[in-house]
Design a protein. Structure first.
Length: 324
């Protein structure tokens, strides 16, 4: 299960969450395991049945104002029960000042108490979207991801088959590099795969004989993308005279990652084959398929129709000969 520590949440750049630590800094190692959030209003009244400790707990104006209206003894008892559940994190919105009892109990139980200046509704919307992306399953794939005509093409194959060289040729043709060598793949609801480069290798590519090159510096920002949806996987294979390759395009195969399937094309590589052009055509054909047009199936339908017409004509000829 994907996890995100509270410390990692605080260190995330460009999130716009505007978080600061008020208490419970000893618990920053605690992990957030769910993208869903919860407002523990009923818990402050002593009703703890439906609380989920693995979710972020949001305290807005309503919750804090209710807490301030309780007697000191009742407030301390209810907050004690709340914190004893061991939440990963409590977050106060609208820049409000928490009551002393909340600061004391979160510090005692090492539960990070954070504060944001954002309103509850805006913060909940932003943090939910952020956690959805970060906490969904992820993995890494050895390959190259390129954006070809807006189609995310994941190039795979054994080391040295020519994946990076193909990607470089595609960049020279005006397409965009997303990741080389290591592609970090994340799922996105409802069932979509997104790929991006690793932090260390971002924008870089290894070309045997040249070494490591920086695509962004060589060709400009128009030659790279931060991330891209994976629409089709293409596996480059060394040509084998004894192997049987799909010649009609009717043998639909799939590549499965994180439980999600994407179309898979197996492309044999040998001297004289322009692999970059084949990849471009494959990307264009994938666009047509997404629009509901399948060239191979259309050809098959036309062929079957023609065969049926010939068979019918042949039967009429036989019947006519028998009548004579």
């Amino acid at each position: 299960m994907a996890q995100l520590s509270v410390r990692e949440l605080l260190e995330e750049q460009n999130t716009g969450l505007e978080l600061e630590v008020l208490a419970g800094a000893d618990g920053l190692h605690k992990c957030i395991e769910s993208h869903r959030i919860q407002k523990p209003g009923l818990a402050l009244a002593g009703h703890l049945s439906y609380l989920h400790p693995n979710r972020l707990q949001i305290l807005g104006s309503t919750e804090l104002s209710y807490l301030e209206k309780l007697t000191p003894e009742t407030a301390a008892e209810n907050v004690e029960q709340l914190c004893s559940l061991g939440f990963s994190c409590l977050i106060i919105t609208k820049g409000q000042t928490p009551p002393k009892v909340l600061l004391e109990k979160t510090e005692h139980y090492a539960i990070p108490l954070l504060r944001t200046q954002m309103k509850s509704s805006a913060f909940i919307s932003l943090i939910t979207k952020f956690l959805e992306e970060r906490l969904l399953p992820s993995t890494s794939v050895h390959g190259v991801l390129v954006d070809v005509f807006g189609v995310g093409v994941l190039l795979m194959g054994q080391s040295g088959i020519g994946k990076s060289e193909c990607a470089l040729d595609l960049v020279l043709r005006g397409h965009r590099l997303v990741a080389d060598d290591v592609v970090k793949v994340r799922t996105k609801l409802p069932a979509v795969l997104f790929g991006e480069g690793s932090d260390l290798l971002h924008y870089h590519m290894e070309i045997r004989g040249l070494g490591i090159i920086n695509i962004k510096h060589l060709f400009g920002v128009a030659a790279i993308r931060e991330r891209k949806k994976i629409d089709v996987a293409m596996e480059l294979q060394e040509w084998n005279d004894e192997a049987t390759y799909d010649r009609l395009g009717l043998d639909e195969q799939h590549y499965e990652l994180l439980g999600i399937k994407v179309p898979l094309l197996r492309i044999p590589v040998c001297p004289g084959r322009n692999i970059s052009t084949i990849i471009e055509v494959g990307a264009r054909n994938q666009l047509l398929k997404e629009m509901g047009y399948n060239s191979a199936r259309e050809f098959q339908d036309r062929l079957e129709k023609r065969m049926a017409e010939v068979a019918q004509l042949h039967s009429h000829v036989i019947i006519g000969d028998n009548l004579e």
